[in-house]
Write a protein that binds this ligand. Structure first.
Ligand code: DGT
Ligand code: CA
Ligand code: CA
Ligand code: ZN
Length: 563
């Protein structure tokens, strides 16, 4: 599968065209296309062979031509030209949070800084203070410190696609494999992919996998390879009678394993990847299935998403594990965009696709007017959109499109429209995108102002993080959670693969504080409606049950609650 490859190429194009001072919108277009291909449900090479590249979301004619050249020749002339224009090191420097194209250009060209390492040195010794100023120097040093070397964890969504491809590949050869590790626990980022099987043929097959670049090690029980996209895959071959023990061990987390092992020792047993055995005699206690091992330890079965040593073992012992929310519990989706603002698909196409998913209702949350780059709507344009929604609602009954908005929280904490106008919406979400560099106090104040606004129902993607790209806003989440609770407002788990915001930790804190959550896709096209699945994974890791999630309610209850 070349999706990772092509996505990286487009990401590089985006960075380089930014560094070269080209049109900013081009850089955005490349990045969007990159994300879209990363999340494509099928192999981009297959789409290419069918001559349908330009049908991929956000891939227009120009980008399709570039992908075609790259897949045909392995190179891209345009990219090589750009590389010549941009001074060495500039692209690497732009990976540092707080360094934009202009600063990167200046630092590399005028000050000879060619790498993040050299930047760190220059900032630490004070050599670069003159170049960037004292305040900036301090901030950049903080960003650089956060960038640990070898920090190449995948997004969960990428790991899922990759593992699905691997599982299908093995399946086509008659070999059943299953993923373990952080992927099975549905952690938001995944370091490497761990696969388990009881079929010895898997070793050779993994080496022959089309995506494999080189074999790192190969033995009778374990084979590790490096894929062409830089991801490591470990495959373990396990005897059937030990399979449960191995699955348990290699699913982790390490902390969960250690806690189980300690419990075993107390019972005079030994637990490892080969089984649960009596310490003295070596006699088998359990090992074939995970369930059986948990049962022998006096625990009910613990879902992989909960295995983080965050209280799940005590809960399993006392029979009070949560009945985790499932994707099929969702009856609607309360954040998505259409072509009225920055979405790729029209209202009708989005609504039909949502209905196909089995929903009873959705909300269109096109941006409010101060988000100029996202084509935010004026009151006038909203009135026209509502007409279109009314017509669709008439036609699509009993399916229901709720009138909504992603209202920008302006830098002073106010929203774009007067209260009288907000009353026309069925549901209102508020988001902080702009001025996110404010101090923590100011950001918290804005979030609380938004959540206390009488018209607002939900605070969308509360920290505005982009995993691996932008740190979460440093807002005081306990305070925001308390404000949501006091005002009877909701917080969102935004399921878009780079956001997953709130994350599992904070979503759980919100739930424990008695705040209702929503799980939304934040889809900007029909292909992204499945974002709710990632959102649900976060929710499950946050111990959420159906009753904690607003959009598991039927339409009638939703309307009653919002009125
Ligand atoms: P990752 O790949 O960094 O996203 O995280 P994991 O959790 O997949 O970690 P990985 O791939 O290093 O190892 C897979 C599982 O194997 C891990 O979740 C638990 C188990 N494991 C690995 N090392 C240890 C260890 O030193 N002690 C114990 N008890 N378990 C371990
Ligand atoms: Ca792993
Ligand atoms: Ca591993
Ligand atoms: Zn948005």
């Amino acid at each position: 599968m070349r999706n990772h490859d092509v996505a990286d190429l487009l990401e590089r194009l985006s960075l380089l065209s930014e560094a070269a001072g080209e049109d900013r919108f081009k850089a955005i277009a490349y990045r969007r296309a990159s994300t879209s291909i990363k999340n494509l449900g099928e192999d981009v090479e297959d789409v290419w062979k069918r001559g349908q590249l330009d049908q991929i979301q956000y891939v227009g004619e120009g980008i399709a031509k570039k992908i075609d050249e790259y897949l045909r020749t392995g190179k891209l002339e345009f990219l090589e030209k750009l590389e010549k224009k941009v001074p060495e090191g500039a692209v690497e420097l732009m990976q540092v949070q707080g360094i934009g194209p202009r600063t990167a250009y200046k630092l590399s060209k005028d000050y000879g800084v060619k790498s993040v390492e050299q930047l760190r040195e220059g900032l630490t010794t004070g050599k670069l203070t003159g170049a960037v100023g004292e305040v900036m120097s301090k901030r950049l040093l903080e960003s650089v410190e956060k960038m640990k070397p070898g920090q190449t964890r995948m997004l969960l969504a990428e790991a899922l696609y990759l593992s699905q491809d691997l599982v299908a590949y093995f399946g086509s050869k008659g070999v059943v494999v299953e993923s373990a590790g952080s992927l099975r626990r549905r952690k938001e980022t995944v370091g490497d992919i761990d696969l388990l099987t009881s079929n010895p043929k898997a070793s050779k097959l993994l080496a022959d996998y089309p995506g494999t670049d080189r074999v790192i090690e190969s033995g009778t029980t374990k084979t590790s390879v490096m894929l062409k996209n830089g991801v490591q895959v470990d495959t373990r071959i396990i005897k059937k009678e030990d399979y449960g023990a191995a699955l348990l061990y290699f699913t982790g987390s390490k902390e969960h394993n250690i806690a189980l092992r300690t419990m075993s020792i107390e019972k005079g047993w030994k637990l490892n990847e080969y089984g649960l055995d009596e310490s003295k005699t070596g006699k088998r206690v359990a090992g074939k299935t995970e369930k059986e091992i948990y049962a022998k330890l006096g625990l009910s079965y613990i879902e992989p998403e909960l295995r983080e040593a965050r209280g799940e073992i005590e809960a399993a012992r006392e029979g009070r594990l949560p009945d985790l929310v499932r994707p099929e519990d969702l009856r609607g989706d309360l954040q998505m965009h259409s072509t009225w603002s920055d979405g790729a698909d029209e209202l009708e196409k989005m609504a039909e696709a949502a209905k196909q998913r089995g929903y009873e209702y959705i909300a269109f949350t096109d941006h409010s007017f101060s988000v100029g780059v996202a084509n935010g709507l004026s009151e006038e344009r909203f009135r026209r959109q509502w007409k279109a929604i009314d017509e669709l609602n008439e036609r699509m009954k009993p399916f229901r499109i709720l009138k909504s908005v992603e209202a920008e929280v302006r830098s002073d904490g106010t929203l774009d429209y007067p209260k009288s106008f907000f009353e026309n919406f069925d549901v209102v979400g508020a988001s902080i995108h702009q001025a996110f560099r404010h101090t923590p106090e100011k950001l918290t104040e804005r979030a609380i102002m938004a959540i206390s606004h009488p018209s607002v129902d939900i605070l969308f993607h509360p920290t505005n993080r982009l995993i691996g790209k932008r740190e979460p806003n440093p807002i005081d989440l306990p305070k925001v959670i308390a404000a949501a609770k006091d005002n009877g407002k909701m917080l969102e788990i935004d399921g878009s693969p780079m956001r997953m915001d709130l994350d599992d930790y904070w979503a759980r804190r919100a739930m424990e504080a008695g705040v209702m959550l929503t799980i939304d896709s934040d889809a900007h096209g029909t292909g992204e409606l499945q974002g709710v699945e990632y959102g649900t994974m976060v929710a499950r890791r946050a111990w959420l049950e159906k009753k904690h999630v607003f959009n598991t309610l039927p339409l009638s209850s939703v309307l009653k609650r919002l009125s």
